[in-house]
Design a protein around this ligand. Structure first.
Ligand code: ZN
Length: 249
């Protein structure tokens, strides 16, 4: 705890006049740029990855970046999403998975959850991910399988996000955009799900044209290498993708 308490004091002592003004402004209300839903894993620091400031990101974290489907009892995730969308007017929701995810390991090896009954119960909201992996990736193993599971789970959770009426309605109108991301812990890289190609590709810098091989160094890309296919929308339902998920041998 010492490191944490010392950090609090260091933070306070280093606040500049400008930062103090910004903090006072934030006390009057928030207008975040986006909502981010990601894993509780300590190795993911959204504000570091995106170099954001207080007030920029409305963040929801849990084990496995999971979004229980609409209608689930005591759905705290749904409450946070509803508040972000309806209360704060957020127009972008990012669901971000990551490499080396312990929750995904639990999905692949349920015996790891024998002493974690609450986690096992929670991960039932990712049963679809489990089934997708079992049926479509029978020969993939090790780290590649783990990363592919995290990627598929991002897509499954995006689908579950769309079961929320407020999300579905705003996506349809083009007032809300959904994004699937993967964070590679080992490199700090972020991969974005491309709704057109069905691939996770390295996040391009703003205004930079497409490159043919923007993701060659990525373990996340290696693990996927597939056209995913689930039906999701980034720009509302007008260009909703409804391809079928390819089988992997
Ligand atoms: Zn995780």
């Amino acid at each position: 705890m010492e490191k944490l308490v010392a950090g609090i004091h260091r933070f306070r002592s280093k606040i500049t006049h400008h930062q103090a003004q910004e903090l006072r402004k934030l006390a009057k209300g928030q207008k975040p740029l986006a909502m981010m839903i990601t894993c509780a894993d300590s190795r993911i620091i959204p504000n570091l990855i995106m170099q954001t400031d207080p007030g920029d990101l409305f963040i929801l974290r849990n084990v496995g970046n999971i979004i229980p489907p609409y209608g689930t009892a005591n759905n705290g995730e749904a409450a946070a999403i509803e508040f972000a969308v309806t209360g704060l007017g957020v127009r972008d929701i990012i669901v971000c998975g990551h490499t080396h995810c312990g929750a995904m390991k639990g999905l692949l090896k349920p015996e790891l959850l024998n002493d974690l009954p609450t986690t096992r119960e929670w991960l039932k909201h990712a049963t679809a991910t489990q089934a997708i992996m079992k049926e479509n990736y029978p020969r993939m193993k090790g780290e590649r399988l783990l990363t592919a599971t995290a990627e598929e789970n991002v897509l499954v959770q995006l689908q579950q996000l769309e079961t929320m009426p407020v999300v579905a309605a705003r996506c349809m109108r083009g007032n809300l955009f959904l994004h699937g991301w993967m964070y590679a812990i080992e490199t700090g890289e972020v991969f974005e799900y491309d709704w057109e190609t069905g691939q996770f590709t390295l996040m391009k810098a703003p205004g930079r044209p497409d490159t043919a091989d923007g993701n060659s160094a990525s373990s996340a890309k290696q693990a996927s290498g597939k056209k995913s296919a689930a039906a999701r929308t980034q720009r509302g339902s007008s260009n909703r993708l409804r391809a079928s998920r390819p089988k992997r041998k």
